[in-house]
Design a protein around this ligand. Structure first.
Ligand code: SF4
Ligand code: SF4
Length: 211
C-alpha cells in the first residue's frame, strides 16, 4: 500500500509525535518517526524479545512487543531498555545429580517461594504464558513441567520487571529448561542436525540472515 493510500495514524513514540500509516507495526512507526534503523538487530517476528514497549491508552497501561503490535490512533509508546543483568548466578555443569536440584534452586532463587500471586507476570507476558503457575511448579521442584510451560518464552523479561518480589520469572524458566535438558538425553533430531552442521552438510545459504 502506498503512503498516499494508507490512512494516517497519529501516535507518540518515546515522547515524539509520529504520523504512522495504518497497518504498520510499532517498530515500523518508530523508523518512520526517525528512530535509526539498525540492520541485523532484532528478529521483527516476535522471537527475540528485544522490542519490549510500554503502551498507554488513556489510563490503561500495558506492555507488548513492538514488532507484533500495530499502530493505533492516540496511543503512547515508550521503548523499554534491556533489563539489567540477572542477579541469579549458577553454572549448570556443577549440577552433578538430580538429588539436590530443589535445594540448589531455592539457594539460587530464594524469592521464588514468595510469590504473592499478584498476576503481574501473567498480565505482562506477550506470549500468554501462565508464568505464575509455572513459578509455583518450579518452587515445588517440578522443573520439567515448569520448563515446558516456558516453551514459547522469548526472554523479553517483561515478567521480571512486573514482579514485586523480584523473582525474575524469566530466569526461573530458563533454569527449569536448562536443568531439564542437563539431566535428560538430548532429542535425536537436534543431535542429527548439530552433527550435520559440524560436518558442513547442512546448507544454510537459503535461510534469512537479517537485513
Ligand atoms: S515468560 Fe517473561 S520473559 Fe518469557 S515471554 Fe513471557 S514475559 Fe517475556
Ligand atoms: S509477578 Fe511475581 S509475585 Fe506476582 S504472580 Fe508473578 S511471580 Fe508471583
Amino acid at each position: 500500500m502506498s503512503d498516499s493510500a494508507a490512512a494516517s495514524v497519529p501516535l507518540t513514540i518515546n515522547g515524539t509525535a509520529v504520523e504512522a500509516l495504518a497497518g504498520m507495526t510499532l517498530v515500523e512507526a518508530a523508523w518512520r518517526g526517525g528512530v535509526p534503523r539498525v540492520r541485523g538487530v532484532g528478529c521483527l517476528e516476535g522471537v527475540c524479545g528485544s522490542c519490549r514497549v510500554l503502551l498507554r491508552r488513556g489510563r490503561d497501561v500495558t506492555v507488548a512487543l513492538a514488532c507484533q503490535t500495530f499502530v493505533e490512533p492516540g496511543i503512547e509508546v515508550v521503548f523499554l531498555p534491556a533489563p539489567s543483568a540477572p542477579r541469579h548466578h549458577y553454572e549448570i555443569e556443577e549440577f552433578a545429580d538430580g538429588w539436590d536440584v530443589q535445594a540448589r534452586f531455592h539457594e539460587i532463587f530464594p524469592e521464588a517461594a514468595r510469590c504473592r500471586h499478584c498476576h503481574g507476570c501473567v498480565r505482562s507476558c506477550p506470549k500468554d504464558i501462565d508464568v505464575e503457575a509455572a513459578i509455583v511448579l518450579a518452587a515445588a521442584g517440578r522443573f520439567r513441567d515448569a520448563g515446558a510451560m516456558f516453551f514459547e518464552c522469548v526472554m523479553c523479561e517483561l515478567c521480571d520487571g512486573a514482579c514485586p518480589e523480584q523473582i525474575a520469572p524469566a530466569h526461573v524458566g530458563l533454569f527449569c529448561r536448562r536443568v531439564t535438558a542437563h539431566f535428560h538425553l538430548r532429542p535425536p533430531n537436534l543431535i542429527h542436525r548439530l552433527e550435520e552442521l559440524r560436518q558442513g552438510r547442512y546448507d544454510v545459504s537459503g535461510m534469512p540472515q537479517g537485513e
